[in-house]
Design a protein around this ligand. Structure first.
Ligand code: SF4
Length: 335
């Protein structure tokens, strides 16, 4: 039996552990409120996931580092046989001792959110002064103790003006980081009670025709530096030549699911399992009907269509089979 056969298949799921957050990003699709899990809640939810055959937990929020039981939750997850990851803005990771505690508890991987390398833009986007320095220190601390991490960036009208320069800065400063995730900001409702903050700050929504050039420059930069990446909520007509890095397209082709237990504000928490990203509040226009990428593209968010219509979409006539082969790893191209 070779190493590949010995590895159990990774079955991943998300668990919101708190809805508190120490940032207040003006594009946040999951605005904070004062509700969080107890360790008993975590235990029940881990057991629920274990029964479903899940073996990897991603603790999210809010910001999970705001939870007083995060370290205990990671230890418990490890005891029950889960691999643990967190998604965080990295501000609390500027405390090296806290990072060591997370690692000792069993944390294996982080997704750290950072949206600009320019102080004033970061202050504006996160609504917090001085947090950029803390996040940078947090990334440094994690790498210093040997933790693996990916970068998460929300594409918005501010950072899209210099996205490639920003990512170039991170590549130079943190050469050990190999994977970057870009989320085109989510304008939608996080639930029925709570709209995304971007809905009230439409000035931060990047229009598709404004993102095209910088997305291409950023993709080229990452590929040239042998980094991998994913782009979410970007229709394939804006990802020509690097469609295989679309998060939704990969999920469609690989039939991967998304699972999360959400903490809800004024009602019972919900478990959500989503198998097809094309069904997640997405819109396809008339033009999509003649587009060859249609079967493997998730389109645009319905809220984006409600605000701006579909005039920015255009059909693509390239062969989608080439994208499918790349996603399946049948070609030699590193994805
Ligand atoms: S035209 Fe429609 S189906 Fe084609 S790539 Fe654009 S959004 Fe996707």
């Amino acid at each position: 039996m070779n190493n590949e056969q010995e590895q159990p298949k990774r079955e991943s799921a998300y668990m919101q552990i708190t809805r508190k957050c120490n940032n207040a990003c003006i594009f946040c699709s999951n605005p904070a409120f004062d509700k969080e899990l107890t360790i008993k809640d975590v235990e029940k939810r881990l057991q629920f996931y274990k029964d479903k055959g899940i073996n990897e937990i991603v603790f999210s929020g809010g910001d999970p580092t705001e939870s007083p039981i995060l370290i205990e939750a990671i230890s418990l997850a490890k005891k029950l046989g889960f691999t643990s990851k967190i998604i965080t803005n990295g501000v609390h990771l500027s405390d090296l001792n806290y990072v060591k505690e997370l690692k000792n508890a069993g944390l294996e991987h982080l997704h750290i959110s950072i949206h600009s390398h320019i102080d004033k833009d970061s202050d504006f986007l996160t609504s917090r002064d001085g947090h950029l320095k803390k996040t940078i220190q947090g990334i440094t601390n994690c790498l210093d103790v040997g933790l693996h991490l990916d970068i998460n960036t929300t594409i918005n009208a501010v950072n899209i003006k210099y996205l490639s320069e920003f990512i170039g800065y991170l590549i130079n400063k943190f050469p050990k980081i190999n994977h970057y995730v870009f989320n085109n900001l989510d304008i939608g409702e996080s639930d029925k009670n709570l709209r995304s903050r971007a809905w009230y700050h439409k000035e931060v929504i990047a229009r598709l025709y404004d993102i095209e050039l910088e997305l291409h420059k950023t993709a080229k930069l990452l590929i040239n530096n042998r980094k991998t990446f994913r782009m979410e909520r970007v229709p394939l007509c804006y990802m020509s030549g690097f469609e295989q890095f679309s998060t939704e397209t990969r999920k469609i082709i690989k039939e991967e699911s998304y699972r999360c237990i959400f903490i809800e504000k004024d009602k019972k928490d919900v478990y959500m399992e989503l198998y097809d990203p094309r069904k997640e509040r997405r819109f396809k226009g008339e033009t999509c009907k003649s587009c060859k990428m249609n079967p493997i593209c998730a389109g645009v968010c319905v809220e984006y269509y409600d605000l701006y219509g579909d005039s920015e979409l255009f059909p693509v006539f390239d062969n989608p089979d080439n994208v499918i082969l790349k996603v399946k790893g049948i070609t030699n191209e590193k994805t």
